[in-house]
Ligand binder design. Structure first.
Ligand SMILES: NC(=O)c1ccc[n+]([C@@H]2O[C@H](COP(=O)([O-])OP(=O)(O)OC[C@H]3O[C@@H](n4cnc5c(N)ncnc54)[C@H](OP(=O)(O)O)[C@@H]3O)[C@@H](O)[C@H]2O)c1
Ligand SMILES: *[C@@H]1O[C@H](CO)[C@@H](O)[C@H](O)[C@H]1NC(C)=O
Ligand SMILES: *[C@@H]1O[C@H](CO)[C@@H](O)[C@H](O)[C@H]1NC(C)=O
Ligand SMILES: *[C@@H]1O[C@H](CO)[C@@H](O)[C@H](O)[C@H]1NC(C)=O
Ligand SMILES: *[C@@H]1O[C@H](CO)[C@@H](O)[C@H](O)[C@H]1NC(C)=O
Length: 319
């Protein structure tokens, strides 16, 4: 009798050096294909410096911070540490920060970036983003078209090399394009298996605007607000794909975001998980794998910015 193989899965072995580790932006600069997220509780601020040091030692080259995270000083200390020890040069790092939420005018941008640079102990950042199109903290004057002019100004002054936006929807992006001199190079938005965010991604990618994917682990990890979305690292779809490539389901989720041509921004302060989350360059998902994960979409965001949700978020993070 012959044993019959029902099916045979052939997974090609990929040399770790073959898959690209950076992406070309529309301004001609190359950005690392994975970022390291730093949003954390201000009560745990002491964790930030050692975690960023460890992330850079583990191979991350892009760091994602924001004035609103109140951790730019700790991030800056970590950067100064790794540079002084010769682990990396400034040019090898990609530092992204975001405009203070309290700035709603063109004139407000330069002093805000100068304050961030001082905390970061840098003379330029690689990428400066408008954090939100909306007036989240209810300042008197807020118009993101004016703010964008200020962002163009600081780019001309060479205080940031690339510029972009965050949390912009299709209408917001189109308004910026129709009313500005410079095109955003990126839009940083939430993307994960239960919030696949396909429309804004397709729109931005058609315009050569690169997507940075925040909250990559969606509701697979604890969140401040329970939106009743069931999502787990033990999801059978993710487990099947992970087994096929001999990776973890968390790595499959990050690779899914890369293979959708976005840049994931995982956050971890845990030694093992910091390393796990960048060990992504020896496999690649097929189109079928991506489609299967897309079917987990529930169209529910982790991060909502209405005033009620925002109050809970600020309280949770101690901001
Ligand atoms: N532009 C914006 O408006 C905006 C909004 C939100 C976030 N962001 C950026 O995006 C970054 C990421 O978003 P996020 O912080 O919400 O969430 P995330 O990276 O999706 O999730 C972070 C959580 O996942 C856990 N985790 C990390 N790796 C894991 C793994 N391999 N297996 C299991 N659990 C794991 C972490 O715990 P451990 O530390 O214990 O590993 C932490 O609790 C932020 O830090 C921030 O830089 C930007
Ligand atoms: C995106 O911009 C880069 C840099 O200017 C350019 O080389 C590339 O061809 C553009 N891609 C598309 C699809 O327009
Ligand atoms: C896009 O966001 C703006 C606020 O910036 C909002 O007024 C508008 O309704 C949103 N449009 C869509 C289609 O969600
Ligand atoms: C901006 O900085 C870069 C790198 O330091 C330099 O090559 C370039 O000449 C500067 N441009 C201006 C306008 O200062
Ligand atoms: C989640 O479900 C519970 C029970 O049905 C409900 O009380 C709660 O309001 C829901 N949460 C959200 C954010 O919708």
């Amino acid at each position: 009798m012959y044993r019959i193989l029902n099916f045979l899965v052939i997974v090609s072995v990929i040399n770790a050096d073959v898959l690209p580790k950076s992406v070309l932006l529309n301004d001609g600069r190359r950005i690392p294909i994975i970022s390291y997220g730093t949003l954390g509780k201000t009560q745990d601020l002491d964790l930030i410096k050692p975690a960023v040091i460890q992330a850079i030692e583990s191979g991350y080259r892009q760091i994602d911070t924001a004035a609103a995270y109140e951790n730019e000083e700790q991030v800056g200390e970590a950067i100064a540490d790794v540079i002084s020890r010769g682990i990396v040069t400034r040019e090898e790092l990609w530092i992204t920060t975001k405009l203070n939420l309290e700035v709603g005018t063109r004139e407000g941008v330069l002093p805000a970036l100068q304050a961030s640079l001082k905390k970061l102990k840098l003379d330029y950042v690689d990428l400066y983003l408008i954090h939100s199109p909306e007036n989240l903290v209810l300042v008197q004057e807020y118009d993101y078209l004016n703010v964008w002019k200020g962002v163009e100004d600081v780019r001309r002054l060479n205080l940031t090399r690339s510029i972009g936006v965050s949390n912009f929807n299709i209408t917001d992006i189109n308004r910026v394009l129709a009313n500005s001199e410079m095109v955003p190079s990126v839009n940083e938005v939430e993307v994960n298996p239960t919030y696949t965010n396909s429309e804004i991604i397709a729109h931005c990618q058609s315009l050569n605007i690169t997507i940075l994917s925040y909250a990559p682990f969606g509701f697979m990890v604890p969140r401040p607000i329970d939106y009743n979305v069931t999502s787990t690292f033990k999801d059978p779809v993710l487990v099947r794909i992970a087994q096929k490539y001999g990776k973890t389901t968390s790595q499959v989720v990050l690779r899914y975001l890369i293979d959708r041509k976005t840049i994931p921004i995982p956050r971890s302060t845990n030694t093992e998980r910091i390393k796990l989350n960048i060990d992504l360059f020896d496999f690649r998902l097929s189109q079928e794998d991506i489609s299967s994960i897309n079917e987990l979409n529930k169209d529910v965001k982790v991060y909502n910015f209405d005033q009620e949700a925002l109050a809970i978020l600020f309280d949770y993070y101690g901001l």
